[in-house]
Each structure stands twice: as C-alpha cells, then as structure tokens.
Write a protein that binds this ligand. Structure first.
Ligand SMILES: Cc1cc2nc3c(=O)[nH]c(=O)nc-3n(C[C@H](O)[C@H](O)[C@H](O)COP(=O)(O)OP(=O)(O)OC[C@H]3O[C@@H](n4cnc5c(N)ncnc54)[C@H](O)[C@@H]3O)c2cc1C
Length: 370
C-alpha cells in the first residue's frame, strides 16, 4: 500500500523531504502556513554558501559530498541554475575554528583544498584586507546556492503542496497520515517541546562595491567565512550583480520568535556590518542598497536534529539550521525519506540525535565523530 506522509513546512528542509519522498513514490502532502519560497523564515536572501572543508566537523563531509550531486540533479530536472561554484575561503588565525576546523576536515578526507599564508591571501584575493597572523583555507569544492530557486524547484517536484495552511496539531495530522515529518524551521518550538531551540534574528545587507572592484566577481572571489578575535564570524558572497556584495554576521543576533521578530532594519543593525566591511574588505563602501532579516534556529551545540519523536516513531523532526543547514537540504531530505520509508538510514546521523539534549546525557558520549 502506498504510504501517506504529511510534511509540515515547505522551506528548504520540508521541500527537500517532500521532493525525496515523492521521488520514491510516497503519497506526500507538504503543508506550509505561507507560500514558499517566501521571505518569512530561514530560506531566503538570494544566496547560501556550500562548502566541503567543513570547520563545524569532519563528520559532515560525507554528507556534503552527497549534497553536490543532489543539487546538480535538481538543476537537471528543473532546468534552473541553483549552484554556482566559486570556491570558499575560511579566513582566521591558525588557531581559529574556521582555519583549524576546515584544515582538519580537508586533511581527514583528502579534499581539494589549499592553505594560504597571509602573503598568498593578499596577492591572490585583493578584496580581502589581510591582517597580521591571518591565514586561510581555500576550499575548491564550494560555491553559492540560490535558495529561492532551490525551494521552488524542489516543490515543483511535489504533486501536493498545500499553501497558506497552518498545521496546528501534529497529533491531528498523524491521525490522517501514516507518518508526519516536521520541518517548521523557526516555528518548530510552537509544535515540538522536546528539543531546546533558540531562534536568533539575523541581518544581512548588500554593500556597494567600487566601480573598479572587479576582484569581487564570482569567478575570482570565493565565498568566505572570516573569524576574528575582535569581531566574531562574518561571511560574504561574491558580487552576483557586479555592483554589490552581500555581507552578514554569523550569530551575535538577538533572541526572537517568528511572531515578534523586528523586521525593520535600523542603522544600529547595519553599523556593525559597515565596520566589518571597512576592517576586512577593500573596495566596499558603507552604502547599503538592500537589507534583509532572517532567522537562525539554533540547537545548544550548533549541530542539527534529525530524529524520531520520543513519543511516536512515525513522527520525524528536522531542525537543520543553527545557521548552516541550507547546503545539506537534499541530503537531509533524503535521510528523512529513509527514516520514513525504512525506519533508519545508512548515513551516520548519530550526531543529529535529539537524545544528546536529554538531561541524563553525558557530554562527549556521542559527540566525537572525528
Ligand atoms: C541569514 C542566514 C544566512 C544563512 N546562510 C547559510 C549559508 O550560507 N549556508 C547554509 O548552508 N545555510 C545557511 N543558513 C541556514 C539555512 O538557510 C537554514 O538551515 C535553512 O534555510 C532552514 O530551512 P528550514 O526548512 O528548516 O526552515 P524555513 O525555511 O524557515 O522553513 C520552515 C517552513 O515551515 C513553515 N511552517 C512553520 N510552521 C508551520 C505550521 N505550523 N504549519 C505549516 N507550515 C509551517 C514556514 O512557513 C516555513 O516555510 C542561513 C540562514 C540565515 C537565516
């Protein structure tokens, strides 16, 4: 008999899950309170970085290596360009998380990556202001994804998408479907209490670049994540329009909810980004052409949750954000499809178990995947 599955949420994770379930012949219905792709959750803003030399943990690398062909598969079936390869630079000092973590991942998995000292960084990437002690990992298996195009393309593969319809009760939905996948992004805390999640407001802006700053073009300027002791994490996307570059801070945002988020972006939000641009980039002006707010849904350790509900093994919850989930969407969607169809997956997702947040959990029990 054909499985009937409801997916709550049609953002990156819900759209990907629905696509992968539909591909397996499951009778899937994807519900969204809004009409995705939309700018109300976490999957908007023209660009998302995808990279392989993963500073967040070498155990993510096999999943990332699966993600690239899946994004290409989506491009092939949709006829849309979703992934642009630009490479990625992780910049910091030798002991920074981004440099130490990315080089450890590159070493462990034999990735196509290169370590650049400050001189090489200065010479090869004139858009970066290089400070004493800076170095970088250049990850060649990296690029930029178009989130709106990706979500639209995934949902186009799903025969039943029910828009502008809020799911109020998982148990009610469960009474009508064989299984339910909850992928509600920053709304997850409204539906699920057993994962400790913190929703964080994030702001990014498009900054004008100097007329002669052609070194920000996507074929010359890799996407980057830069970490510094004084300023924390920032990221940047190469210039996709030849006029602006998108910049953001990774974390350091205020705690919020989808209902109460401050959508208006004020000078007080932009000033820290201006300071980062002036300190770390050459040829970027303080003039901002556009800004956006977005939400991170963070777990306490920054790793994802992809797991069965402790009360009902036919309810699966995905919280794959903590500010870095987008790139994984088709793999996470395929894993969720494994969990629904097979009751388990061959991929190593032990790091995504919700049980790590249980009160009795001993830190380090299952956290060491490297
Ligand atoms: C500013 C910013 C920059 C980022 N940069 C990167 C990056 O460079 N690389 C990267 O890999 N990741 C990045 N991320 C993270 C990535 O975008 C997220 O991991 C991803 O978008 C999460 O998708 P989601 O489907 O979980 O959430 P969402 O996209 O928010 O989707 C949740 C959906 O559920 C729907 N919904 C909620 N509640 C209900 C309900 N009760 N009934 C019906 N529908 C409901 C919502 O309407 C929404 O459409 C970034 C995130 C932000 C905010």
């Amino acid at each position: 008999m054909t499985l009937r599955v409801a997916v709550v949420g049609g953002g990156a994770m819900g759209a990907a899950t629905s696509w992968r379930l539909a591909k397996r012949g499951v009778d899937v219905v994807c519900f969204d309170r809004l009409s995705p792709p939309h700018a109300g959750g976490s999957s908007h803003g023209e660009s998302r970085i995808i990279r392989t030399a993963y500073f967040e943990g070498a155990w993510y690398v096999p999943l990332l290596q699966e993600a690239f062909p899946l994004w290409r598969e989506l491009e092939a079936i949709s006829g849309r360009q979703i992934l642009t390869m630009t490479g990625a630079l992780m910049i910091g000092d030798a002991s920074s998380e981004v440099v130490a973590g990315a080089s450890a991942s590159a070493r462990k998995h034999g990735l196509d990556a290169e370590i650049l000292d400050s001189e090489a960084l200065r010479q090869r990437f004139p858009g970066h202001l290089v400070h004493d002690g800076d170095m970088a990992v250049l990850d060649r298996q990296a690029g930029v994804l178009n989130p709106e195009a990706a979500v639209a393309a995934m949902l186009a593969e799903v025969p039943q998408v029910v828009r502008d319809t809020e799911v109020k009760s998982i148990s009610e939905l469960r009474s009508r479907f064989d299984a339910v996948v909850v992928a509600a992004g920053p709304w997850t805390p409204e539906l699920i209490e057993w994962i400790p999640l913190r929703v964080e407001r994030q702001v990014h802006g498009w900054f004008s670049i100097a007329r002669d700053a052609d070194y920000f073009a996507p074929d010359r300027f890799p996407a980057f994540v830069r970490q510094s002791r004084d300023s924390g994490f920032m990221y940047g996307i190469p210039s996709l329009d030849g006029k602006t570059i998108k910049l953001g801070r990774h974390h350091d945002g205020e705690t919020t909810t989808p209902q109460t988020i401050r959508r208006r972006v004020d000078e007080v939000d932009i000033d820290p980004l201006r300071l980062l641009a002036a300190t770390y980039l050459r040829g970027v002006s303080g003039h901002v052409t556009r800004t956006l707010t977005c939400m991170y849904t963070n777990t306490p350790d920054g790793h994802f949750v992809v797991d069965f509900s402790p009360e009902d093994s036919r309810v699966i919850v995905i919280s794959a954000c903590s500010g870095h989930g987008f790139k994984f969407a088709p793999v996470i969607g395929d894993i969720a499809a494994d969990l629904v169809c097979d009751g388990g997956t061959k991929r190593d997702i032990s790091g995504f178990a919700a049980s790590r947040f249980a009160a009795s959990h001993v830190p380090g029990d299952d956290g060491d995947h490297d």
